[in-house]
Design a protein around this ligand. Structure first.
Ligand SMILES: O=C(O)CCC(=O)C(=O)O
Length: 346
């Protein structure tokens, strides 16, 4: 950047881009807009133009964004539970979720047992292996991701919102995928305090080349409303909510804990709030199940403490596990390790 005028222009462009990213992220979160899907594309094209205008040549050509050599990146965990991974807190669920192996559990059996006439969740193990997704190799390889798609513009949520919506995600940064990876995944052995999440992002539409690394699961029975990427550090939390579409959530790498409640339990015990722009179809709960033993939480939300144990479902999703989350079912998702998930709304 040559002159103070250029600098000012660049600053304004970045501010505009960040505002657009926030807008896009807010809209992107409105997953219930199925049938009236608002892709984030336009906002991103505008944001990307503004961002490019504000970035120096070296930012654009160097995956570190600074001309420095890129740091080595850790590979995301694709097997077992790495040591030191904290176990979930709060009251454990008592109700197991039926679990199947993808090689012997085909779409008709899935439909008959879990989709129609009544919806219920299930875990399907080995989908990526069974469908021979190359994503199983490429997506956890963050150096591959950086070298092929490092210049993609992504919104990064820094920090965690509160369940009651009173504290929004502290910061949303619009940045290059390479910068996000360099800043948060450079050294897996050094624990970092900051939680960072590229959450529910339309990366697969932004970068259609990525689509050849996976297939839409057969359990979506030929329908697809949206597919998203979720790339984050350990500690990301997606608070209790419902979506208006059926969902296959596939864990490509890393481990996530998912708490599930049925729509009936949600209605009776989770104090549903229809906040946000798409309140007609999405519901959120102000409750963080990790606070289940907090007297303050229980005095404010007494019915939460009255959920029968057998109505609480907990699932640990590891690499190559997929979870069917039926529409209207409540779910809360916590990443126990750095993680890469895809989800398919259908
Ligand atoms: O993985 C997450 O953090 C949230 C996933 C989710 O809420 C979804 O797929 O609907």
């Amino acid at each position: 950047m040559d002159s103070p005028r250029d600098e000012r222009k660049a600053r304004i462009a970045v501010e505009r881009a960040t505002a657009l990213a926030e807008l896009a992220t807010t809209h992107g979160c409105e997953s219930g807009a199925i049938g009236d899907v608002r892709w984030v594309g336009d906002a991103y094209v505008a944001a990307s133009d503004a961002f490019d205008a504000a970035t120096t040549t070296s930012d654009l050509t160097s995956p570190t964004g600074s001309g420095r050599p890129p740091p080595p990146l850790a590979r995301l965990p694709t097997a077992g539970v790495p040591t030191g991974v904290p176990t979930p807190s709060g009251r454990p669920g008592a109700n197991g979720v039926p679990t199947y192996d993808a090689s012997s559990f085909r779409a008709p059996a899935f439909v008959n047992a879990h989709l129609s006439p009544r919806r219920s969740p299930c875990v399907i193990r080995g989908l990526m292996r069974h469908q021979k997704w190359s994503a199983a190799e490429t997506f956890p390889d963050l150096e591959w991701l950086r070298s092929h798609h490092g210049d993609a513009l992504v919104p990064v949520e820094i920090g965690v919102a509160s369940a009651d919506g009173k504290r929004a995600v502290p910061r949303i940064e619009l940045t290059r995928l390479a910068t996000f990876l360099n800043d948060h995944f450079a050294d897996a052995t050094t624990p970092r305090d900051d939680v960072a999440y590229v959450s529910q992002h339309s990366l697969l539409h932004q970068r259609p080349e990525l689509q050849r690394h996976f297939a839409v699961p057969e359990y979506c029975v030929g329908r697809l409303a949206a597919a998203n990427a979720w790339i984050g550090t350990a500690g990301t939390i997606t608070h209790l909510h419902t979506d208006a579409a059926d969902n296959i959530l596939t864990q490509v790498a890393g481990i996530k804990s998912v708490r599930l409640y049925s729509p009936d339990v949600g209605e009776a015990h989770l104090y549903p709030e229809r906040r946000g722009g798409n309140g007609a179809v999405n519901a959120f709960s102000p409750i963080d199940p990790d606070d289940a033993n907090s007297p303050e939480l229980l005095s404010r939300y007494p019915k939460f403490g009255e959920i029968p144990e057998e109505e609480i479902m907990d699932v640990e999703l590891g690499p190559d596990d997929s979870l069917f989350i039926p529409k209207g079912w409540w779910h809360r998702v916590v990443a126990r390790t750095p993680s890469f998930s895809l989800n398919f709304w259908f």
